[in-house]
Design a protein around this ligand. Sequence first.
Ligand SMILES: *[C@@H]1O[C@H](CO)[C@@H](O)[C@H](O)[C@H]1NC(C)=O
Ligand SMILES: *[C@@H]1O[C@H](CO)[C@@H](O)[C@H](O)[C@H]1NC(C)=O
Ligand SMILES: [Zn+2]
Length: 413
Amino acid sequence: MRSVVLLSVVVGLVITVVNGQVPTPPPLQTPEPSTESPPETTAGSTEPEPEDLPLAEKCDEELCKLPNCRCSSTSIPGGLLPRDTPQFVTVTFDDGININNIITYRNTLYNRFNSNGCPAGATFYVSHEYTNYVLVNELYNRGFEIALHSISHQTPQTYWLEATRDIMKQEFGDQKIQMSHLANIPYESIKGMRIPFLQMTGNASFEIMKEYGLEYDCTWPTTTQTNPGLWPYTLDFASTQDCVVPPCPTASFPGTWIKPLVAWSDLQGVPCSFVDACFFAPNVLDEEAWFQFIVTNFERHYLGNRAPFGFFVHEAFLSAWPAITNAFVRFMDMVNNLPDAFMVNSHEVIDWVKNPVPVDKYKAQSCRGFIPTTCSATSCGPLNSSHNGMDYWMQICNVCPRVYPWVGNPLGL
Ligand SMILES: *[C@@H]1O[C@H](CO)[C@@H](O)[C@H](O)[C@H]1NC(C)=O
Ligand SMILES: *[C@@H]1O[C@H](CO)[C@@H](O)[C@H](O)[C@H]1NC(C)=O
Ligand SMILES: [Zn+2]
């Protein structure tokens, strides 16, 4: 047994971590053999209009119990005390994965470990256009979470505001099939989604999640339940969350999880859901001020009810401002040295909330596992695209499609 003593200075307080546990490498969880095959893509199908959805009623704590139901609330799952609660940190990046932004991901996220010895996680909400699926395969095989951010990511934002269930099926249901095919990653490994521009689509997006095995949504910001912060919850019953980007769902969607985007507070106290959207932020050249800014927001969670802390950002913001990237790396280093804070994949937070265990027990658990896959990298192009007539090239882990994959033809057949 190795004993590790880590010293970490957290703005004003010195924390000594005595970690007597030698991290064991993550045992590969033997995956359940998949019994169900992915649903067919929606190409060419016409769906009957759905029946009226059941209206979500006021949440009843007696009827709504873990692991599969949780009322929306700021109370800590399992009735744990803050000091017994693991502080989860979820770093997420949105949009296409390409040869430029992968450099930042490799430099900042690879070979990073939490204090329990488990690999640090991060989640990528990937949109299809210009995505290099060979690199998606690489991220997946590094243990990061691949989640959905739509095929088209198209403007205007009203496209999403008005999106019907069928559009959400084509943009997200089909994207799950597309992602697993082009990047050669297990269909079942894709569990989360985030709608472009954080534009909620009422009930529509939630109507398709069950059918496609999507377990949680990470689109919905809260600017009122930030201190204490809102914990993830299910949509069995009516949500108490403020609707920042309406329309929000009002029907009941049993077992579907919301991982709220608990807003940061900028230097003037204005809420921001994305780090790169904070208005009164420190000077982009001032690493120290940025580090303090990040830590101040983190402490609202860490010294509060330990609701999961999100660092939601776009890579372009980091590559544009090296000082902010340095501050971000220092922040992750700090988190990785804390005995009770953990950088994890978003889905791991949902897993923990379903079965909340005190931090000591959590630390003794095995690390997350995943089914490794390979990629026979293929370069495809020019591929004509039906939506704009342009030629595209793409790197994938499968045989080349006939045309550029798009909404309504996610495999490019
Ligand atoms: C969502 O479904 C509920 C219950 O059927 C309904 O009352 C509400 O109008 C729907 N919301 C939207 C935006 O369509
Ligand atoms: C590409 O697709 C567009 C739209 O479907 C079509 O008008 C055009 O002729 C195609 N170009 C080629 C080279 O096939
Ligand atoms: Zn986006």
